[in-house]
Design a protein around this ligand. Structure first.
Ligand code: ZN
Ligand code: ZN
Length: 182
């Protein structure tokens, strides 16, 4: 999944591939740690276009992931559909130092550029990074998931436990009884 920029002609290059997550080291590691499972391969469609010394890559990654619900831990299947655009450069463009008040060097990342490694675009690296960024921090099995009881661990989606209500629940109950008189 490394592509030499010398193979990209002026008209650009379109690519489509289907690869299992196991072929992406970072995703394989997430799967091994059971943080995220990939029941389906990644479908990738992209286009690489040379543009004034840069190589613009735009495309879309689709797949499904299985992650634990952040409230009740139930395995939850989510569809990821990730549009992305990346720009690769052989070297950083020269920037007038006076533009930067502190006179420090601006990194490739700050310019939104990725530096080519030996004239190659590493699509494996690019694709796995996009997928990692798209995995939600707090996935939910359903938008209104009630989670687990913090005291007895009961799944509150399935049962009401007999634990004493917490302060939060007491406040909430009080609000429920509060009626507005018009
Ligand atoms: Zn849940
Ligand atoms: Zn409980």
């Amino acid at each position: 999944m490394r592509l030499s920029v010398h193979d990209i002609r002026d008209v650009g290059l379109a690519l489509e591939f289907v690869e299992p997550a196991e072929n992406f080291p970072v995703l394989a590691e997430l799967q091994e740690r059971r943080e995220c499972r990939f029941p389906e391969p990644l479908q990738v469609a992209l286009r690489i276009q040379p543009a004034g010394g840069l190589f613009e890559v735009s495309g879309r990654i689709s797949t499904r992931i299985q992650v634990p619900c952040s409230r009740c831990l139930k395995p939850t299947l989510l569809t990821l559909d990730i549009p992305f655009e990346l720009s690769y450069a052989r070297e950083l463009p020269e920037i007038d130092v006076e533009d930067d008040e502190e006179g420090r060097e601006i990194s490739a990342e700050e310019m939104g550029l990725i530096l080519l490694q030996g004239d190659e675009i590493d699509l494996r690296e690019a694709v796995q990074e996009q997928v990692v960024l798209a995995i939600p921090f707090h996935p939910l099995c359903t938008p209104g998931c009630r989670g687990l009881c913090p005291q007895c661990g009961a799944d509150l989606n399935e049962e009401t436990c007999r634990c004493a209500p917490t302060d939060f629940n007491l406040k909430f109950a009080a609000l429920k009884d509060f009626k507005i008189n018009k």
